[in-house]
Every structure is written in structure tokens, then in C-alpha cells.
Design a protein around this ligand. Structure first.
Ligand SMILES: [Zn+2]
Length: 594
């Protein structure tokens, strides 16, 4: 479809951000001036309470404007990626972020270096400064890890030449690496690459999967030493940086930034390790359902159920999602309904040159926006529920917090979206009397738990092991990485799966190993979401207010304290255990249905 053929009500309304190009230009110019002002306040900043406060206010104002500019440019660029004008505008806004970062380079070190007594006096002198107390405290947590002035200067300069391995890996994997052709569903030889590998693994045709699996790893195996050298360099860099700042390990340095103790990371791994039988049961079920003598690594993604033919209109999807979220009370449901039906939060249908996939975006002072590519499938309803969860989290965070404390952290970012997804699935399961549909939904739930809880924890465990080996002075060679990766796969796949030898090379194609202890958050988020859903379904209204409180925290509290508002104690293994039990129950339900 062409964008012009789509009715206005199905296109998001970005005029609410800027009503004209003139209004955008005016703010763009203002942002430039503000950045210059920031650069000029280095000496002044810590001269008085007032100067300190004004500098922080200036930063907040500048960031708000740049975020708004960027939002407008990228939303418009995404619905028509062939429109070079918006693409260029989007790039110019990204530059503004960089310029602001460069101009404000002195702010964090000055906040950290400030004398405690002076700061306390300033809070008394200028009570308005309290609005920044949490932001200031987050910065000052780093005080024990700071170096002296010359050390910090060196570190700042070094930043320019660090972190190149990820980019090198990406360029090599996606631009230079050429794989042997593979066969498609018709038996024709077609080019294989990282983008079409996963779709091939979802094929119903085993020959297609075998061909893609074999050819992909055959190529990777030839470059194992290059990949190992890159990963070794990356891990060495992270462990060295952590050591320079006197963190106990690179893991400690990374979770420190998330404001969580490393025991959460260790608990997750320990709890999943104690419950391997559940994932083994899942693979045994998969083997049985696929009717194969041996379940191989190339069968792991083979679809267990047929696609559902049933189509759903967008209006039906909206009603299903609104019906799901009515449990959260009037404000949640009415705001979302108004946003979808009247305020045009959502860009619904795929059109020529529109960006694929789905996302939720939002910045302070502007309504949330959701990009969809709705094609009438059951999966699209789930995506709408997921993105609506993000948008409503943003809505409650923005509404209940000042701009400096509105944004929530990555650690909780996938909780509200997953809660909605799980609630929708449970609702559809309750209401459906169609077994094919039920099997489809249960299969999706199993895939979610397998992919988000077990697979991400496996990655997290491997990541921890790599960093620990490097900290012990070991060199991460291709042989060592492949051997350890194979061992860990053996543990996570068990006896129900034939562990094909080529899987030992999979670590080479996982970009997340360059994300510095990021993936565990996928796993902890689904555990928190699962525990929340259980409470909503058993305690109803009495609990819902607590959940809304969690959504309203924004960044005003640490992620662990925010989750405590919803009675979720991430330090307790119960949360992970609850998610595993739910996974187990879904496996049982699916098993009964087949
Ligand atoms: Zn999401």
C-alpha cells in the first residue's frame, strides 16, 4: 500500500510534536544556542548553589529539546525511509546529541568531585536543587571509582580509541563474510547470509534447515581465530577498564551501572541451573511433536504448530488489547483507548518504504507513539499489546515525574510490555474453544520462555565465564571458546537433543557478547513480568494499584525499589522460580493438547 491510500486515523499524528517545519527549525536553532551556553559554563558551574542549579536546568532543557527534535525527525523518516530530507534531519539531530555530550563533558566529573558538605549546604540554601537529588546521587555513586585529575583526563582521551571490536565484528560478519549458497523450499540454490539464516531455521522443511545450518557454520569455522582475537580483545578491554577503576570485576562494574548487585546475576544463573529439567522436558516434547528420531540443533526452531489461517481486523486487535488491560483500571484503559482511537498514537499498516517491525517511542511532554506493521495475524495482536505496555509505562512515568526523573532504566524496560503480552495470551487461552489456536498460543509462550529465559541465561553464563577466564589471565583462543561454548550448550540442551558439533562455533555469531553483560536483563525482565501477572490474576484490584505505582516510578527510584512497589523482590530466587514454574505449566498444557 502507498501511504496516501491509508486513512488518516491509521497514521500517527506527529503534528503534535511540531505543527510546521518553521517550528522545528526554530527549536533546532535554539538547541544549538543552548549547547554553546553549556560549553561556556565550565568554570562557573560550581561557584554557587544557584550556578550549579542553573547548569543542571540548562542541561535538562537542552536534552528535552534535542529529544523532541530527534523524535519528530526519526518518526517521519521511519514511515518513509526513502525520504532523504527526514533521514538527513534525523542525522543532524543525532549530531546535536553528540555536540551536547562534548559540551557537557565536565558536568559529571564536577558533580562527583563536589565536597559533600558544600553540596548539603547548597540543598539547604536552594531547596529547588532537591529536584536533582537523585540524579546527583546516581553520579556520585562513582566517587570511590574515580582517578585523580590526570588519570581522568587520560581516560577521557582514551575513550576515542576504545570499543572498536564490536564494529569490526559487525562489518566483518555482515559485509565481508560470504557463505556458501543454501537451498530454499523449492530446492533451488540461493545466497545465505546472517539476515536470512534465521528464517531458514524456521522452515518446516528439514533439508532446508540442515543446508543452512551446515553451510553457515562451515564458513564461521574457517574464521574462528579472527573471531576469537576480536572477542579476546573486547573482554580484555572491559576487564582492564574495570581494574583501572578498582571494581572487583568487569561484571561488578557493569551491574553497578544498572544499580543492582551482582547477586541478581548469579541468582538467575543458579536458579536456571537448578531447573534444567524443565527445558529438557520442553525439548523432549518438541522431539515427540515433530515426530523425529533425533532432535538436532537444526530442529530447535522448527515450527511445532501450523500458522493459524484466521485473520483479525485491526479493530478486533484493539478491542482484544483494551479488554486485556481493563484489569489495570480506568485510567490505564481509557488513556490507551483515547490514544489509539482519537489521539492517533499509532501508525498501523505497512506501507511502501516504511520501517519494518514494531516499536514504541516517546519523550517527555509529547504523547507516546507506536510503529506497527499490522498484517492481521494473531502475532500482530500480541505485538500491539506489547508496544502498548511500553507506551503506558512511558505515560505513567512522564505524568508522575519531573523531566529529570521521568525515564525508566533498561533493567525494567521490558517488564510492562511482557506483562501485557502474557495477560493477552492467558485471556485468549481462556476464551478460545479452538484447539489449533490454543496450541499456537501455548507454543508462542513456550518459545518466549525458552528464548528469553533459558537462552539468554545461557548467554549470560557464557559471558560471565569468558570474563572470569580473562581476569584469571587466560587467553580466549578459538579452541578454548569453542570448547567452553560446546560444554555450556550440552548443559542447556540435555540428552533430548543431539548436540551437533558445529554448534561449538555459534559464539562467533552472537553480537550480544559485545554488549557488556546486557542479556541477563532480558531474562530478569520476563521473570518479573511473570511474577506480576501471577499476582494480577490471583489478587486482582487490590494488587493492580501497586502495579500502577511501579509504572509511575519512572527513574525516581532504583530499578529494584521500583519493582518493590509491585511487591517484586528481585533479590529473592522466588521470582525466577515462579517464571520457571509457569513455563513448566505451559509445557504441560501443550503436551495435553497434542
Ligand atoms: Zn519491547
Amino acid at each position: 500500500m502507498k501511504r496516501n491510500d491509508i486513512e488518516t486515523q491509521y497514521k500517527w499524528n506527529t503534528d503534535l510534536i511540531y505543527s510546521s517545519k518553521e517550528a522545528f527549525d526554530k527549536d533546532f536553532e535554539k538547541a544549538g544556542k543552548l549547547i554553546k551556553e553549556i560549553a561556556g559554563r565550565e568554570v562557573l558551574m560550581c561557584e554557587s548553589a544557584r550556578a550549579f542549579y542553573d547548569t543542571l536546568e540548562l542541561l535538562t532543557e537542552t536534552e528535552l529539546i534535542i529529544t523532541k527534535l530527534y523524535e519528530y525527525a526519526h518518526l517521519n523518516s521511519d514511515v518513509d525511509t526513502a525520504d532523504n530530507a527526514f533521514l538527513a534531519l534525523s542525522g543532524k539531530c543525532e549530531n546535536l546529541f553528540r555536540e551536547m555530550g562534548a559540551a557537557a563533558y565536565y558536568v559529571s566529573p564536577k558533580i562527583i568531585a563536589l565536597d559533600e558538605k558544600v553540596l548539603e549546604r547548597w540543598y539547604e540554601e536552594l531547596p529547588r536543587l532537591e529536584a536533582y537529588r537523585r540524579n546527583i546521587e546516581i553520579e556520585r555513586r562513582y566517587k570511590p571509582y574515580m582517578l585523580d585529575d590526570s588519570g581522568e583526563k587520560l581516560m577521557a582521551q582514551m575513550q576515542m580509541c576504545l570499543g572498536s571490536q564490536e564494529n569490526t565484528r559487525d562489518v566483518f560478519s555482515y559485509a565481508d563474510l560470504k557463505f556458501e549458497d543454501t537451498i530454499d523450499e523449492t530446492g533451488k540454490r540461493v545466497p545465505l547470509n546472517e539476515a536470512n539464516y534465521v528464517p531458514f531455521m524456521f522452515s518446516h522443511n528439514r533439508e532446508v534447515r540442515i543446508s543452512a545450518f551446515t553451510n553457515l557454520y562451515k564458513t564461521y569455522a574457517q574464521f574462528a581465530n579472527t573471531y576469537a582475537a576480536l572477542l579476546n580483545g573486547y573482554v580484555k578491554e572491559k576487564t582492564t577498564l574495570a581494574k583501572i577503576r578498582k571494581f572487583a570485576s568487569s561484571l561488578e562494574a557493569s551491574v553497578f551501572a544498572d544499580e543492582v548487585p551482582s547477586s541478581i546475576y548469579d541468582n538467575l544463573i543458579a536458579c536456571v541451573n537448578q531447573n534444567m529439567q524443565v527445558i529438557y522436558d520442553y525439548y523432549a516434547l518438541k522431539k515427540k511433536a515433530l515426530g523425529v528420531d533425533e532432535l538436532h540443533m537444526y530442529d530447535i526452531y522448527a515450527p511445532l504448530v501450523a500458522e493459524i489461517d484466521e485473520k483479525y481486523t485491526y479493530e478486533q486487535a484493539v478491542e482484544a488489547v483494551l479488554d486485556t488491560v481493563k484489569v489495570f483500571g480506568d485510567e490505564y484503559k481509557n488513556t490507551l483507548e483515547d490514544g489509539i482511537k482519537h489521539k492517533r498514537w499509532i501508525d498501523v499498516f505497512p506501507t511502501d518504504n516504511k520501517k519494518g517491525g514494531a516499536y514504541s517511542a516517546g519523550c517527555y511532554g509529547v504523547q507516546p507513539y507506536i510503529l506497527l506493521n499490522f498484517t492481521q495475524t494473531l502475532n500482530d495482536i500480541s505485538t500491539l499489546a506489547h508496544e502498548a505496555g511500553h507506551s503506558m509505562h512511558t505515560y505513567f512515568s512522564n505524568k508522575n515525574n519531573t523531566p529529570q526523573q521521568a525515564s525508566y532504566t533498561i533493567f525494567v524496560a521490558e517488564v510492562a510490555s511482557t506483562v501485557n503480552e502474557l495477560l493477552l495470551a492467558h485471556k485468549l487461552l481462556r476464551e478460545s474453544n479452538n484447539n489449533a489456536q490454543k496450541r499456537y498460543i501455548l507454543n508462542e509462550l513456550m518459545e518466549t520462555y525458552k528464548g528469553t529465559l533459558y537462552r539468554q541465561t545461557m548467554f549470560a553464563e557464557f559471558e560471565k565465564l569468558m570474563h572470569a577466564m580473562s581476569e584469571n589471565g587466560e587467553i580466549l583462543t578459538a579452541d578454548l571458546l569453542s570448547e567452553k561454548y560446546y560444554e555450556i550448550n550440552k548443559k542447556y540442551f540435555g540428552d533430548a537433543v543431539v548436540l551437533d558439533d558445529a554448534i561449538r562455533y555459534e559464539w562467533m555469531r552472537i553480537p550480544h557478547f559485545y554488549y557488556n553483560f546486557y542479556v541477563y536483563k532480558y531474562a530478569t525482565c520476563i521473570c518479573a513480568a511473570s511474577a506480576i501477572v501471577k499476582r494480577i490474576e490471583t489478587q486482582g484490584e487490590a494488587y493492580v494499584n501497586k502495579y500502577i505505582k511501579f509504572l509511575s516510578c519512572g527513574g525516581s527510584k532504583s530499578p529494584l525499589d521500583s519493582l518493590k512497589e509491585a511487591e517484586i523482590d528481585m533479590l529473592s530466587p522466588d521470582v525466577v522460580q515462579a517464571a520457571i514454574e509457569d513455563f513448566s505449566s505451559v509445557i504441560k498444557q501443550f503436551s495435553e493438547l497434542i
